[in-house]
Design a binder for this molecule. Structure first.
Ligand code: ATP
Ligand code: MG
Length: 589
C-alpha cells in the first residue's frame, strides 16, 4: 500500500533536535524516521522501520546465501551461562541486569555467544553435524557509557549476530572466509564506503579478527592504512614494529642531575638543553625523554590496580589503545589521593627506579615496545627536581613487560612494509572474529570426531549493526535539505507530490500511484490538500526518496515532472508515458 502523507504516522520537524550532534541523528529525527524514548533508546516510526527492514533483508539474504540458518533467541537471558563464560562479571556496568519475582538474576543480552554455544551442545553431538552456521537478527542491550548520535551508538540496537561451529581450525578458516565474503556483499549492497581493517582479537591472541568500518569523518574509530602495501588496522590493533636491541658497549654511565621545576616534558627538554647539553652538539628533544604515565585500572570485580606505562616523551598514551589492552578492566585517572597512598612516587619526576612489581612502589610497569634494550633516556630520578640522564634500558632498568598503548601517528612505519602510515576515521559496521574454543571450552561444547573421541568445537562470531547501518547510510547520504537514500534502502521507490487543490491533479496523482503500485513500485504519495507546494517539496527533500515525481501545473499541458533527489536534475515527461518513464528512472524496465 502506498504511504499517503495525509494519514501517514509522520510529523516532520523544521528544527534540529537539541541533542543531535551528527547529521544522521539530526535528519532521521527531523524527517520522522525515529524518535527518542530515553537516552540511547529510540522508537522506529513507519518510514524508519521500512529502512531498517530493508537493511535486515539484505543481511538476511546474504546470510541465507552462505547457508547460515536463522533462529531467534530471547533477549531476556538467565545469568548462569554468562557466569560460566565469565562475562556476567567481565561486562561490568555495560549490561542491563534484572531479577525475577523469585530473586533469580537475568540480563538483557548484549551478544549471544553463550546461548548459541549451549543450543548447539543441546542438539548436536557428532562431527557429522558440522560445519554449522546459525544467526539471528535481534535487539541487543548494552548500557553504553556514552550513548551517542542517536541510533549510531544506542543502548538498545538491532544486530545480526552469527556463529560458526567447526571441528577443526581448517574448518574455521573456511567458515570465516565465507562470512567475510558475505560481509563484502552486504556492505557493497548497502551502499557504503568502507574499509576492512585488522581488529583486536582480545584475549584470544593470534586468531583472525577484522572490522568493517564505514569511512566517516566523525566516526569513533581511528584506523591506519598503508598506501604502499595495503595494510589496514584499527589503531587499537596496531602492533608497533620493534627495533633491534642496541649493544651497551660504549654507552655512557647513567648520572643524576638537578633539574628544578621541570615537571613536564617541555620544561625538562628546555632545562636539559640549557644546563646539560649533549656532547654531540645535537639538541635534546622530547623523543629523548622517557615519560612515565600512571593510570588506575578498575577491574570488573571492583579492585583497583595502578599501572605505569613508560614511553618516549614525544608521544601520548592513546586512551582507546590502552583501553583495548587492559579490557575488561576500565581505565581511570591516577589521582592526588593515589599519589598520597604511594609515597615512593615523586609526581612529575617518576622513573623506572621505583616503578615495577619488584621495585619500591610495587606498581606494574610496562614499556612501549620501542623502548628496547640499549636505548638511552632522560627520565625521572624519583626525587622532586631531579632527572637521570643516559639511563639505558636493559642495562639500568627493566620493566614487567611491554604494552601497545602509545598513540599511532601519521607517518609512523607500517608494521608490514615500513612505509609511512596514514590515519582516517570510521564507524564500526561489522566485526568478524575467530573465537576459537573459548566459549566451547567454558560451556563444554564437544562432539565425537571420526575416531569416536570427544573434541572441543571451534567457533567464529560475526556481527553486523543493522540499526547502526541505517544511521551510517544516512551519514553518508544527505545534503543540507535532507536525506538521500540509496535505492535499495529507501522507504519507497518514488515520492509523488500532488501540488495545489485542483481535483484533476489529485485524481491523476492517485491514478499514477495505483499504476505504479500495480507494477510493484513502492510509493509515498503527498496527497495533503492543505499543505503548500513549498512545504511539500521541502518534506520530499527531507524524507529523501531518491526519485520525486511532481504532479501539478503541467498537468493541463499533459506533463508531469521527474526529479532526481541526489543530482537535483528534473525533466518533464508526458502523462501517457509517465509509468514507463518512472520505471526507467528507478532502473526497472
Ligand atoms: P563498538 O566498538 O562500536 O562499541 P563493539 O566492538 O562493542 O562496538 P561488537 O560486539 O563487535 O561491537 O558488535 C557487533 C556490531 O554491532 C558492531 O560492529 C556494531 O555495528 C554494532 N554495535 C555494537 N554496539 C552498538 C551500539 N551501542 N549501537 C548500535 N550498534 C552497535
Ligand atoms: Mg567489535
Amino acid at each position: 500500500m502506498a504511504m499517503r502523507l495525509s494519514s501517514l504516522f509522520l510529523r516532520t520537524l523544521r528544527e534540529d533536535p537539541a541533542d543531535a550532534e551528527v547529521p544522521s541523528h539530526r535528519l532521521l529525527v527531523r524527517a520522522g524516521y525515529i524518535r527518542r524514548t530515553s537516552p540511547g533508546i529510540y522508537t522506529w516510526l513507519p518510514l524508519g522501520l521500512r529502512v531498517l527492514r530493508n537493511v535486515e533483508r539484505i543481511v538476511r539474504e546474504e546470510m541465507d546465501g552462505i547457508g547460515a540458518q536463522e533462529i531467534l533467541f530471547p533477549a531476556l537471558l538467565p545469568r548462569e551461562p554468562y557466569d560460566a563464560s565469565g562475562r556476567w562479571t567481565d561486562y561490568g556496568d555495560n549490561i542491563f541486569r534484572l531479577q525475577d519475582r523469585k530473586g533469580n538474576d537475568y540480563l538483557l543480552g548484549p551478544t549471544h555467544e553463550e546461548m548459541f554455544t549451549l543450543a548447539v551442545k543441546d542438539m548436536f553431538s557428532s562431527y557429522k553435524d558440522l560445519p554449522l552456521a546459525l544467526y539471528q537478527i535481534q535487539i541487543k542491550y548494552r548500557d553504553e557509557a556514552r550513548p551517542r548520535a542517536g541510533i549510531l551508538r544506542g543502548r538498545e540496537f538491532v544486530m545480526k549476530d552469527s556463529y560458526s561451529f567447526d571441528i577443526d581450525d581448517a574448518g574455521l578458516d573456511v567458515s570465516y572466509q565465507a562470512h567475510r565474503d558475505a560481509y563484502v556483499r552486504i556492505f557493497d549492497r548497502l551502499g557504503f564506503d568502507y574499509v576492512i581493517v585488522q581488529a583486536m582479537s582480545g584475549a584470544m591472541g593470534g586468531s583472525r579478527s577484522e572490522e568493517f568500518l564505514a569511512t566517516a569523518v566523525n566516526g569513533e574509530d581511528t584506523y591506519v592504512h598503508c598506501p604502499n602495501c595495503g595494510y589496514a588496522a584499527n589503531v587499537e590493533a596496531v602492533q608497533v614494529p620493534t627495533p633491534e636491541p642496541i649493544p651497551y658497549s660504549g654507552l655512557p654511565a647513567a648520572h643524576v642531575e638537578d633539574t628544578p621545576d621541570t615537571p613536564t616534558i617541555d620544561t625538562l627538554v628546555a632545562s636539559a638543553n640549557a644546563h646539560h647539553p649533549r656532547a654531540d652538539g645535537r639538541a635534546w628533544t622530547a623523543a629523548d625523554t622517557l615519560k612515565n604515565v600512571i593510570v588506575m585500572l578498575v577491574h570488573p570485580d571492583g579492585t583497583r590496580e595502578p599501572l605505569a606505562i613508560g614511553l618516549a616523551g614525544d608521544r601520548e598514551v592513546d586512551e582507546k589503545r590502552l583501553g583495548a589492552q587492559v579490557e575488561p578492566a576500565r581505565v581511570e585517572a591516577f589521582e592526588e589521593k593515589d599519589f598520597a597512598a604511594h609515597p615512593s612516587l615523586a609526581k612529575g619526576y617518576l622513573g623506572p627506579g621505583v616503578l615495577g612489581s619488584e621495585r619500591p612502589s610495587g606498581i606494574r610497569y610496562l614499556l612501549d615496545p620501542r623502548v628496547v634494550p640499549g636505548t638511552a633516556w632522560i627520565t625521572g630520578a624519583d626525587e622532586h627536581g631531579r632527572h637521570v640522564f643516559d639511563l639505558v634500558a636493559g642495562r639500568d632498568f627493566t620493566a614487567d613487560g611491554t604494552i601497545e598503548a602509545a598513540e599511532v601517528r601519521d607517518g609512523d612505519a607500517c608494521p608490514s612494509c615500513g612505509s609511512a602510515l596514514e590515519s582516517a576515521r570510521g564507524i564500526e559496521m561489522g566485526h568478524i572474529f575467530q573465537l576459537g574454543r573459548k566459549y566451547a571450552e567454558a560451556l563444554g561444547l564437544q562432539v565425537l570426531d571420526e575416531q569416536g573421541k570427544l573434541k572441543t568445537v571451534t567457533m567464529g562470531s560475526y556481527g553486523v549493526g543493522c540499526s547502526r547501518a541505517v544511521a551510517c547510510i544516512a551519514e553518508g547520504n544527505h545534503d543540507e535539505s535532507g536525506l538521500i537514500w540509496p535505492r535499495n534502502i529507501s522507504p519507497a521507490d518514488v515520492h509523488v507530490v500532488a501540488t495545489g487543490k485542483d481535483e484533476e491533479v489529485h485524481a491523476f496523482a492517485e491514478e499514477l500511484t495505483g499504476a505504479l503500485e500495480a507494477v510493484g513500485v513502492g510509493v509515498i504519495l503527498d496527497d495533503r490538500r492543505a499543505a503548500s507546494p513549498g512545504v511539500k517539496f521541502k518534506d520530499a527533500e527531507l524524507i529523501g526518496v531518491p526519485t520525486i515525481v511532481v504532479v501539478g501545473r503541467g498537468l493541463a499541458d499533459g506533463t508531469i515532472e521527474i526529479k532526481d533527489r541526489r543530482s537535483g536534475e528534473r525533466r518533464e515527461v508526458r502523462t501517457d508515458s509517465a509509468v514507463s518513464e518512472i520505471l526507467a528512472e528507478i532502473g526497472r524496465t
